[in-house]
Design a protein around this ligand. Structure first.
Ligand code: ADP
Ligand code: MG
Length: 352
């Protein structure tokens, strides 16, 4: 009402700001896993182990053998908008998964977070943050790399806690995230362990030999994740157009699925859920599949980071190409070409 007194404008405290940001960055346990594993990849890890309990609700622990965080930097890593990955001068020049400096403070605001880390040649140290309250840095024991342990996710935001799905559903989402990141990084070894109730369920994606050929490593990893049958029916894709490159594997139309569960798209190594790109994939197979069938593919679009904006949403699963038509054209024509050629090969084999 016009006669009512104007409301008081308040500056929110850091804790409230972090909890609000956490709402966007950390939707569910799987998004926490995604942020932590992406940090491990950014840190140059060669092996990453993820353990979780109760669908990730009570425990998520990510262990890596990456570069580590120096003891003096631990409080900074935990503060908002602090990142070692960009200097902020060019938001289109991004070569890492992270750059917003929001994941660790967000997780520390909504759960109980402990980071233990060691930089080569320095002492290991540990920092705990729970519900936004930070303890002083303490000495710790660790040979190398970083261990981030997140307990009781959303204990500090009961409303969000209520939106958690069953342990089973959350565990499935965690597995899906790990599979996606493992597809993008075939040279990193991944282990996923369900340690619920002291139990032990384990999925391992072994690292392919470091010096292995790129396509070989990718093919091996995809067969590992999507199944041998995908591997046997997948066409190698490697095509380029005006600075945009598409690599990966797309399955023959005969290996189509009843839904879009086996479609994985990556832009500059980042898993994306992008309508434009998925639409292009569908369009490419249009003449090869009936309406109720869906193609299976894992495709990697790579380009100069200047040609694509990844800073569209905090979860970074949306991208904006400078020239969307070019991206679409690359996918549609690149795949059609590969499919036509495979069809041609098949028919000449039969004829001959
Ligand atoms: P961002 O990844 O956007 O930089 P985060 O909040 O996820 O923001 O992490 C903050 C900083 O903490 C990173 O920039 C990095 O320097 C450091 N860091 C986080 N996780 C790790 C890790 N596993 N290994 C080494 N450094 C890490
Ligand atoms: Mg990060």
């Amino acid at each position: 009402a016009p006669d009512a007194p104007a409301p008081v404008i308040r500056q929110l405290d850091e804790g409230a700001i972090n909890r609000i940001a956490a709402g966007e960055v950390v939707e569910r346990p799987a998004s926490a896993v995604k942020e932590l594993v992406e940090n491990a990849i950014d840190a140059g890890a060669r092996r990453i182990e993820v353990a979780y309990a109760d669908g990730g609700k009570t425990l998520i622990r990510v262990t890596d053998d990456g570069c580590g965080i120096a003891p003096d930097d631990l409080p900074l890593a935990m503060s908002r908008h602090a990142t070692s990955k960009i200097d902020g001068s060019d938001l289109l020049d991004i070569h890492t998964f992270g750059f917003r400096g929001e994941a660790l403070p967000s997780l520390g605001a909504v759960g109980r977070l402990t980071i233990t880390s060691r930089v080569k040649g320095q002492d290991a140290a540990e920092l705990r943050v729970a519900g936004g309250k930070t303890d002083p840095v303490r000495p710790a024991a660790l040979t190398a790399g970083t261990v981030v342990e997140l307990r009781d996710l959303f204990f500090a935001t009961p409303a969000r806690l209520k939106f958690m799905r069953t342990d089973r559903a959350e565990a499935a989402a965690i597995t899906a995230i790990i599979k996606r990141l493992a597809m993008a990084e075939p040279s990193i070894g991944f282990t996923l362990r369900d340690v619920t109730g002291g139990g032990e369920g384990r999925v391992t994606f072994r690292a392919d030999p470091e010096n292995g050929e790129l396509f070989e490593a990718l093919h091996g990893r995809l067969a590992n994740i999507l199944g041998r049958e995908f591997g046997e029916n997948a066409l190698r894709i490697d095509t380029e157009r005006e600075g945009l490159r598409m690599t990966g594997y797309a399955a023959l139309p005969t290996y189509s699925r009843g839904s879009s569960v086996a479609q994985f798209l990556f832009v500059n190594g980042r898993p994306v859920e992008d309508k434009l790109l998925f639409g292009a994939l569908r369009a490419a197979y249009f003449d090869f599949l009936s309406r109720d069938r869906h193609p299976a593919a894992a495709l990697f679009i790579d380009c100069d980071p200047q040609l694509v904006d990844v800073n569209v949403h905090p979860a970074k699963s949306q991208v904006r190409f400078r020239d969307p038509g070019l991206a679409r054209g690359l996918i549609v024509s690149g795949l059609r070409h590969a499919l036509a050629e495979a069809g041609h090969r098949a028919s000449t084999t039969v004829a001959g």
